[in-house]
Design a protein. Sequence first.
Length: 526
Amino acid sequence: MSRTRTPRRLGRDGFFQAPESIRWGLGVWGLGFAIMIAADGHLGFRDFTGILVAASCLASLRLTTPQTLVFNIVGLLAFNWLFVPPRYDLDIHHKQDVALLLMVFASGALISLLTSRLRELLQAERHVADETEDQLRLSEQLLEQHSPENKFKVLQHWVSELGISPLHGLISPHWPYRPALHAHTAVVLNKPHKTVIRGLIASCNEISEQGPLTGRHESSSLLYLPLKSGGRAWGSVAYAAPVGLTLRQQLQQMGQVKRWCAVLANDLERWYTQSTLDRVQQEHRSQQLRSTLLAAIAHDFRTPLATMLTAVDHLRHRQQPLPVADAQTLAITLSDEIHHLQKMSENTLQLARLEASSPPVPMQWESLQEICGTVARQFRKAYPTRTLTVTLPAEPLLMECNAVLMAQALDNLLDNAANYSAADQAVELQLAEEGDQRVLRVLDRGPGIPDAIKPRVFELFARGADLGLPEDVSRHRTGFGLGLALCKAVADAHHSTLRISNRDGGGSIFVWRLPSPSNAPEGLPE
């Protein structure tokens, strides 16, 4: 944490509260009198008036306003005693000497007072700048925290630098705060006594300061301050002022804590507003996704359903038995259409769940080799004439993941590779451990993907023709652009990355990099 700054004392703090400035004034005036004593006999006392004015101005660089006046008066009296005839007496024989001394005092006092006042204003401005810098630093630290509890801990750490401990707090997005209705939405920090909680609730609901020095509930042992921002209170804090402080020091301390509480309140208002906005945007995206999916399903399911309905009607109205070859062809057609519908339905369902659900995806420790083996068996069953080469490491690789989602994502990647490469070209699936990552690669020998459209490949409803690829690139009928979008969503849910690169000799490589688990379960190899 950055250092905290206690308020600087200005000129009104009193005469004996700045010994360093007094030593400075004594030194400057002492030097001036030493010069005049050394020059005595060579110059007249009227020639020393410039030294008096210079000493007054130099001393005011560090003296406060009251100190400057006192030093000027004492210095002028000492000058009259030592140098103005008759010497060693405060009487002045000549009226012109009286006028001279008064002019010297007036000019020196005016210049020194202006200098002293200017210095005080600079000190006050520097103090305000220091306070502003501290508040900006506190605001930056609060921005780094993502929960009300951690934000309060930051404020507690800052306040502890003032000698305040403990600091109790109540934070709630609801105002006024009603414990019976909204207890689950509030954060009560440091487990205060019930009496303290009631005081925190009262300070929050009334948006008022309570306790010593506030004019309300002066008998309370704690000082309650609301976290006020935007015309409402986002909570309140309570603390006991350290003993042994003067009234002025207590007021300065309370002012410092109030300023920091205002910073916390502004940050809480921003945090709750952003959270609400994120929730509304998430709900909007979910609703938009559901509407889009329903429209896409209604459009893209029409073709396979129509094909299946035509085949069924043909069987229903046929008077003669269907030849074996035709029956096999019809069965294959129905199987392909059902498989196509099943694939689109699974992708649609999983993508809707990932996009619309806020809870994290449930994960368990799984073997990546087993997931790859399951996906390979499904691919060979769906594409019996295609060659699939699988490369797996000898050592088992464990990963905390959702096996169903990962298998479906890999199946989509393999299905995409099969659709966009020639039937006589092999599709490859590779698993390897590289440094602190588990890396899955799916390689094909298709036409490749131009760099200009690579960022759009994983977009929802992005098809090859829509991205600018030739319509005859796909060797099979494609879906409606959910497969790769689901792969990207599954990768994001596993805090991993999915990228595309072109393969030497033609084709594409989909590279899925998963973070290595920090700790595997006991009894299982990493």
